[in-house]
Each structure stands twice: as structure tokens, then as C-alpha cells.
Design a protein around this ligand. Structure first.
Ligand code: CS2
Ligand code: MG
Length: 402
């Protein structure tokens, strides 16, 4: 069997997605998500110019050899663009291998370790009353875990408080929109919101919160301590994570579990965090961390150190990534939670898939391969639209993390 063609499909059913489709001489095809929010065309060009020409003629069954060829052969290793491109190839080759074997990919990864993949939804609103209403909505939908994001009095916008319900798309302008942040205003408000949410919904509901890279380690320690009475499942991205040893300071002060990793793209970004048990959940994904092959390596290292998976699953990760993520989530021993920010009906139509939600779980397709595809004719009706993620400044104008 040989790869005879591959193409990059860029489409924008409400937001931009980049998909790689690989075609073999037997007519078997595979798909991989290559979406990097705000930098989509960088990955599309990397694939088109530097990867696809080298794929033609290769044996699609040689997944690991292809991974090593693209990783070591790049010379300039790692980084979100390179690793997202490699991820798309890896994911598409696993899709092909499953189709050829006549098995869903999770069966090739060792089979089921659980009956379903527990997911968390996103309750977000400006006011506490609206937050409580949103949390109730997700509970009524059957979610066992809910991320809570709230507006902050005195701030015009804040991370995670979406426009409309169920979907959250932060990349809202061709040139980055500017948000304003105040840690003081945030601290004055957020612990009280969780007090009210926990009081309203009791101890059984898993509650999560995404700090989105905005604190210093000692501030994160203070936040973690203030949230301890509300027993969160995790506090996410408390600080920017380039300084992995900075998490030691947080760990010294609080037992609130920590989840980090959606912006990581190789095991090297999180090796110390995992080996020193400075985090509790690793959020790396199929689409941004080198595909199924490399993500399994990260999760295997995590399993040795009591760290569980908690993969990112925002709207800007396509249904192709979600389908692949579920096969990994089902088959690893140290699964924690899977983020499930729903896609719009337009997106779901462009990416027909077999996974489905029931009773707080996502269940992958039982079809051979990943159980997802892209409707290229429909995708062509949604041309690319430039969109950048926001930037963030403090109230005095200082650039901050968004
Ligand atoms: C967030 C994302 O889902 C999350 O945990 O951190 O919404 C993130 O902001 C976006 O994926 C960035 O494109
Ligand atoms: Mg996040």
C-alpha cells in the first residue's frame, strides 16, 4: 500500500478549521486535524510545502517511522506549527490503519479501559445568577463535570465568558482584539462565585475553573487556597507554563489540583511537571502534541507519576481531533476527563462523525478507523476568514497573558 495523494482542506463553518486528508493507492483515506487557532495558514503551508511532497510514495502503515522522519527530519524540532502538522499526518495514518484492519482505532491501542469517556461542559456567564442557571443546564443535560467561568465586575470581558450558549469562539477579529485584566478584581470575585455554585449544587458535581495563564505562582497559590473549601476537580493553567519549576511554589501552598498543557506540543514541555508531580492532569491533545503516537507517550509518562489525562477539547479543535481523542481516552489506564466544548451544527455537518454524548459520557464510533470524515464539497462553501486570538493588557496598559 502507498500514499498517492494528500491535501489540506481549510474551511470556516463559523470558525476556521484545517484538515489533512491522505489518500492511498487502495483508495483508503485518512483524516487528521491540523487546526491551530489564529495560526491556521501557518500549519496549512507547512503541510503543503514541506510535508506532503515527502509523503507521496510512503507506506501508510509505517506510522512511527513517518513520525520520526517528520520530527527528526525537520531539524528545527518542536513548536506548535511543526507538531500540529506532524499530528495531522499521524492521526490520518492511524485512521487508515484502523480502516485497513477493520477496527476502531481504540482496539489497535489496546482496547477499552472504560465504558465511556467522562466529559466536562462549559458553564459561563457574566453574573453569578446566570452562572448558576448555566451550571443547572449542563447538569440537566447529564454532565458529571462542569467548568465554571464568570464575568468579573469592573472588567468589560474576561476569558471563557462566551457570546451565546454552548459554543465559545475567542478568535473574534482579523487583528487581535484587546482585553483588559485585573488580578485584584478577579480575586475579589471568583472565590465567592464558587462558594455559591458549590452551595447550590452540592458536593457531587465536579467543578473546574480555567485561570488561563494569568497569575504568578504565589498568586496561584493564593487562589488555590481560597478555592479549597469548594473542592474543585482542577484549577487550570494558573500561570504561564514555560517555567515548569515555578509550579513547586504553588504545590507548597495548596491542595487544589492543577491541570496544565493545552499549549504544550511535546513531552519535553511537561517532563518536569509530570516527573515531579507538580500537576494532577495533563491537557495535551492529539492535534497539538504530535498526534495519537506522541500523545500516548506523554500519557504513559504521566501514568508512572500519578498524573491523569485531561485533554483540551475547545471548539477550535475540530471533530476530527475529538474523534481521535476519544479513541485515546478510552484506551489509556490513567484517563481523567475530556473537555467537550460542543461544535455548531454547521461544523458537525462539515465533519460527519460517529461519536455521541449520553449520560455525561462521550462514546467513540465503532466504525473502522476514527469514525469521522470531512465533507469536502460542503467544506468548500465556507472560505477561510482571518481571525486572531485576543491580546490582554493590565489596566495600566502593560501587556499580559490572554
Ligand atoms: C481554553 C480554550 O478550552 C480551554 O480550556 O483554554 O478555550 C483556549 O482559550 C482556546 O482553545 C484557544 O484557541
Ligand atoms: Mg484552557
Amino acid at each position: 500500500m502507498k500514499i498517492v495523494d494528500a491535501r489540506v482542506i481549510v474551511t470556516c463553518p463559523g470558525r476556521n478549521f484545517v484538515t489533512l486528508k491522505i489518500i492511498t493507492d487502495d483508495g483508503v483515506t485518512g483524516v487528521g486535524d491540523a487546526t491551530l487557532n489564529g495560526r491556521e495558514l501557518s500549519v496549512a503551508a507547512y503541510l503543503t510545502e514541506h510535508v506532503i511532497p515527502a509523503l507521496i510514495g510512503r507506506d501508510p502503515a509505517r506510522i512511527e517511522d513517518t513520525w520520526q522522519y517528520l520530527y527528526k527530519g525537520a531539524y528545527w524540532r518542536r513548536g506548535p506549527v511543526t507538531m500540529t502538522a506532524i499530528a495531522a499526518v499521524d492521526t490520518a495514518l492511524w485512521d487508515i490503519k484502523g480502516k485497513v484492519a477493520g477496527l476502531p482505532v481504540y482496539q489497535l491501542l489496546g482496547g477499552r479501559c472504560r465504558d465511556g469517556v467522562t466529559v466536562y461542559g462549559h458553564a459561563s456567564a457574566e453574573t453569578v445568577d446566570e452562572v448558576l442557571t448555566e451550571v443547572a443546564r449542563y447538569v440537566d443535560l447529564g454532565y458529571k463535570a462542569v467548568r465554571v467561568q464568570t464575568g468579573v465586575p469592573g472588567l468589560a470581558t474576561t476569558y471563557g465568558v462566551g457570546r451565546g450558549q454552548m459554543y465559545y469562539e475567542p478568535a473574534d477579529a482579523a487583528i487581535a482584539s484587546e482585553a483588559v485584566w485585573s488580578t485584584d478584581r478577579y480575586f475579589a470575585h471568583v472565590p465567592g462565585v464558587f462558594a455559591q455554585v458549590r452551595d447550590a449544587f452540592g458536593p457531587g458535581l465536579k467543578l473546574l475553573h480555567d485561570v488561563h495563564h494569568r497569575l504568578t505562582p504565589i498568586e496561584a497559590a493564593r487562589l488555590g487556597k481560597s478555592l479549597e473549601p469548594y473542592a474543585l476537580t482542577w484549577m487550570e493553567d494558573p500561570v504561564p507554563a514555560e517555567l515548569q519549576e515555578g509550579f513547586r511554589l504553588i504545590r507548597q501552598h495548596t491542595t487544589t489540583p492543577i491541570a496544565v498543557g493545552e499549549v504544550f506540543n511535546t513531552v519535553w514541555d511537561c517532563r518536569e511537571l509530570i516527573q515531579e508531580q507538580l500537576i494532577d492532569y495533563i491537557r495535551t491533545t492529539v492535534v497539538h502534541a504530535g498526534g495519537i503516537s506522541h500523545l500516548r507517550r506523554i500519557f504513559d509518562l504521566a501514568a508512572l507519576h500519578h498524573v491523569r489525562s485531561g485533554s483540551h477539547g475547545a471548539t477550535d479543535l475540530s471533530p476530527v481531533c475529538m474523534a481521535a481523542a476519544l479513541h485515546v481516552d478510552l484506551s489509556i489506564p490513567n484517563f481523567g476527563l475530556q473537555e467537550y466544548m460542543r461544535h455548531t451544527p454547521e461544523t458537525d455537518a462539515v465533519f460527519p462523525h460517529g461519536y455521541h454524548f449520553a449520560d455525561g459520557y462521550l462514546h467513540p464510533s465503532e466504525e473502522p478507523g476514527l469514525g469521522v470524515d470531512i465533507d469536502e464539497e460542503l467544506a468548500a462553501r465556507y472560505p477561510y476568514r482571518p481571525a486572531a486570538l485576543p491580546v490582554n493588557r493590565l489596566e495600566d496598559g502593560t501587556m499580559h497573558s490572554w
